[in-house]
Design a binder for this molecule. Structure first.
Ligand SMILES: Cc1cc2nc3c(=O)[nH]c(=O)nc-3n(C[C@H](O)[C@H](O)[C@H](O)COP(=O)(O)O)c2cc1C
Length: 136
């Protein structure tokens, strides 16, 4: 199996409805392809980790890179893995409303600190999540 992690920036006009649309496509398509992972959206930044069969993940990433709802896409890490790290999750998080933001940030930072960082993609994913969440 294979895992990759990237960061990108939402276009200015990006709306909550766009995120709903991405999550619903991702949930059905990723499940069909046996791709799992986690998407974080905060302060206009996306950080996503994808894992699955190498060809499928690369093909999906090519599609995602061509998606005009975001830009400045940078690949942060890629590596092979023995088993999926997020087997239960297609998409785990999205931008919380203002009230829950502090709680959300706290939970994510704790998770970042406690999580397994045994692969390059996991390391860059959690480091980037931390940066994005603390950034604003
Ligand atoms: C930040 C971001 C993350 C995305 N993540 C996924 C994903 O995990 N799975 C997915 O199928 N599509 C994802 N998409 C949507 C794809 O870019 C694409 O629109 C979708 O796969 C539908 O492609 P298709 O119409 O060619 O089947 C994402 C888009 C963005 C902007």
């Amino acid at each position: 199996m294979y895992q990759l992690n990237y960061r990108s920036q939402a276009r200015n006009e990006f709306q909550t409805e766009d995120l709903d649309a991405i999550l619903s496509t991702a949930n059905s398509k990723n499940a069909a392809l046996n791709i799992s992972g986690c998407l974080v959206f905060h302060n206009g930044y996306f950080v996503q980790i994808l894992e699955g069969k190498k060809e499928d993940v690369i093909e999906l990433f090519e599609k995602i890179k061509a998606d005009d709802r975001h830009h400045n896409i940078s690949l942060l890490g890629e590596n092979s893995i023995e088993q999926a790290y997020f087997p239960e999750w297609n998409m785990a998080y999205y931008e919380p409303n203002d009230q829950s933001v502090r709680h959300f940030v706290y939970n994510m930072i704790s998770m970042a600190e406690l999580s397994d960082k045994s692969t390059q993609s996991l390391q860059t994913f959690w480091a980037e999540v931390r940066k994005v969440l603390l950034g604003g």
